[in-house]
Design a protein around this ligand. Structure first.
Ligand code: NAP
Length: 491
């Protein structure tokens, strides 16, 4: 009997897993998503200027390469259309059940299966569960004193309100991460006033992201191997960013010098320059690629505010120095609750042990995929698998193949499930943590760290390392759980 697999999340990770499983004979695959359809982060994030900052030739499936990307870093609609196209081509679209908010996954010891429960009371029974909710799906909105008094409009960048007309409005943006850097230049010339509240400056590298010229599109379409070569080139460029982060005192200084020169050239206004300049090691937070953001900060009508926000009033935002700025709209570009992963979903494994309890000192999983005591529960884009330089899709494809190997192994042995050995997971976690020593990631506070300071989001190495580590599923690292004894069927 083919395993019944439920995948929670129909973004890139969930789709990658579904395609891989169905290609290898696991046909009973169901994808559940709280959104109305597939797309994940590329469905929810639709803010103006939303695009991937990883070039599309790399930020795409290796088995579904395209030669007609419109530009280096494709816009959100193009990525979402691509994902729909791939899902359709592989018969996955009809396996997605939208509008399902999964609230629990519980291991049933007697049946040796999982029960996946939804907020509306529906449930699914599965032999394996793949939690593909990723790290960037729960918007983080800070609770500002006085927020309930604020009579203006407000929304988070990951839930952009396209019905709210921004032209002519006085707008405050809190946050200056990868999302804000994309939408601030888009709205800066529409609004009457724009206050950009920055807590920390960022390191920038140039990117204009203009549409590809016709000659380039023709070349990539017709010259054999050019597409593959381009993907490889971008892959190694991305690996070089990781090298800079891993070696902040040598290669990192080269990256820093490049960024310094670019930023010095872009930031002509000394006051804005002083405010926007980062005060931490290059690469500790995500390096941002934009040739449009820093000039936008220097437009008339735009003010960078570095004084902390103290409170909101009916029609204003007030900083700690007591200055009131009247606004009509507040946009939170404040990122995601990354270290919560899939929570508040309740996940209980062997002996009813909750994953929240197992992770009370920080999230950890063997290679970011499996946790002891949670048989045949797999994570996609789980702990320590985020990348600061590369493409998360590369990681997700590797994880999908690894999970498929685990399930094939259980199937070949007639077992109910696989469970990673506790000592294997503990050793691999310790090794991952030790590899952060001396890297730029340890040299500031970022969304990669949990409250205790442990880095729980990022993989400490290269895409290549991760691929090598997961390429061959090592059966010795796992225990097999025998299938439950079934009542004999009466003749
Ligand atoms: P983010 O990088 O976490 O940035 C959040 C911003 O909000 C930061 O500037 C942060 O300041 C600020 N902030 C958070 N809480 C605050 C508070 N209470 N008061 C004041 N400021 C506060 O979030 P994001 O920009 O949405 O990006 C998140 C991740 O999504 C990125 O790192 C990236 O991995 C991914 N992303 C990717 C793309 C892409 O093109 N591939 C595009 C957008 C996002 P601090 O820096 O001081 O914490």
């Amino acid at each position: 009997m083919s395993a019944r697999v439920v995948i929670v999340g129909a973004g890139f990770g969930g789709i990658a897993a579904a395609i891989e499983l169905r290609r290898h004979g696991f046909h009973d695959v169901t994808l559940l998503d709280r959104a109305p359809g597939l797309g994940g982060t590329w469905l929810y994030n639709s803010y103006p200027g939303c695009a991937c900052d990883v070039p599309s030739h790399l930020y795409s499936f290796s088995f579904a390469q395209r030669r007609d990307w419109s530009r280096l870093c494709s816009p959100q609609e193009e990525i979402l259309a691509y994902l729909h196209g791939v899902a359709r081509d592989h018969g996955i679209e009809e396996r997605v059940v939208g509008g399902v908010e999964v609230v629990s996954c519980a291991w049933d010891e007697a049946r040796r299966s999982w029960t996946v429960g939804a907020a509306d009371g529906r449930s699914w029974e599965a032999d394996a569960v793949i939690v593909a909710t990723g790290q960037l799906h729960q918007p983080a909105t800070p609770r500002l004193p006085g927020a309930e008094e604020f009579a203006g409009h407000s929304f988070h960048s990951a839930r952009w309100d396209h019905d709210y007309p921004l032209p002519g409005k006085r707008v405050a943006v809190i946050g200056t991460g990868a999302s804000a850097v994309q939408f601030v230049p888009e709205i800066a010339d529409q609004v009457s006033r724009l206050f950009v509240f920055q807590r920390t400056g960022n390191w920038f590298l140039p990117r204009k992201n203009r549409p590809y010229p016709k000659w380039w599109k023709t070349l990539i379409r017709w010259v054999p191997g050019l597409q593959a070569w381009r993907r490889l080139f971008i892959f190694y460029y991305a690996e070089s960013l990781t090298a800079m982060i891993r070696h902040p005192r040598s290669l990192g200084l080269v990256g820093r010098a490049r960024s310094w020169l670019f930023m010095r050239w872009q930031l002509r206004d000394p006051e804005v320059r002083a405010k926007a300049w980062p005060n931490y090691t290059f690469g500790c937070k995500r390096i941002l690629f934009s040739s449009h953001y820093l000039p936008a900060l220097q437009r008339p009508g735009v003010e960078v505010v570095t004084e902390p926000v103290a409170r909101l009033e009916r029609d204003a935002i007030v900083t700690a120095d007591g200055v009131r700025r009247e606004i009509d709209c507040l946009i939170y570009g404040t990122g995601f609750r990354t270290t919560e992963f899939m929570f508040p979903m309740e996940i209980s494994g062997v002996a009813g042990r909750s994953l929240r309890e197992v992770w009370r000192d920080g999230a950890h999983a063997h290679l970011g995929v499996t946790v002891p005591g949670f048989p045949s529960l797999f994570l996609m884009y789980g702990p320590n698998t985020n990348t600061s330089g590369g493409s998360i899709i590369f990681y997700e494809e590797i994880q999908a193949a690894y999970i498929r190997q685990a399930l094939s192994f259980a199937r070949a042995r007639g077992a109910a499930a696989v469970d990673v050995r506790a000592e294997v997971e503990a050793a691999s976690d310790a090794e991952v943590q030790s590899r952060f020593r001396g890297t730029a990631w340890t040299q500031c506070n970022s969304w990669y760290r949990d409250d205790t300071g442990r880095i729980v989001s990022n993989w400490p190495g290269y895409m290549r390392d991760y691929e090598q580590r997961l390429r061959e599923f090592d059966a010795n690292e796992f225990e097999l759980l025998p299938a439950p004894e079934r009542e004999p069927v009466a003749a």
